[in-house]
Design a protein around this ligand. Sequence first.
Ligand code: GLN
Length: 234
Amino acid sequence: RPVIGVLALQGGVAEHLAALERGGAVPRPVRRPEELAGVHGLVLPGGESTTMTRLLDGFELFEPVRRRLAAGMPAYGSCAGMVLLGSRVLDDHRGRGGADSATPAVGVRPLAALDVVVRRNAFGRQADSFEADLDVEGIDGGPVHAVFIRAPLVEKVGSDVQVLATVEPVGQGPAEPGGREPHRPDPDGAPAEASVGTIVAVRQGPVLATAFHPELVGGDERVHRQFVQMVRAC
Ligand code: GLN
């Protein structure tokens, strides 16, 4: 059983520890560089990517985690964890700019383990939280029940990134007064890249990320089991 750490600074730590245990790993909370040194892989949980950026700095973990990732440590990020694993992070719609802005997210320093552009809080206010059953590439046995909570979206992927799951563009109805249009592909015959606005799970080599929270769904550890396999294969 591989030893898999969960970054335990903030967010859904206990749920990931439990899901990893059920998924066949020896789970360990990671708060210190010494604890990081002892794990074969790392989960970055959901929470707030701005808060986690601050705590990664405060606990002097940012550089150690970044270095381990650069050296090929397997990692799995859910939600805010996905945001942190990205290479570029764009601001949410509540910030300046809106759905299509290229404003970098304030207060998030990404670890750049995935060649993706991620937008924080990418679903409109009406779709802040929702659930969906999704087919996830590489996960057998039927759709995964996906819980989205102020979730990010992957807007662009590099050529080495595998897209594992997408959701339908959301909020095709009228925009909320004073709100923003939910993000959706450009209708004017935009290139293939336009559909990229719906990517919610990706993998690049030993790094996996989901915009949703499989750790919140009891009794289905398939995503964690998949990550445990990835760690074993490393
Ligand atoms: N909106 C949060 C962020 O961008 C993520 C929410 C979550 O992890 N459930 O940091």
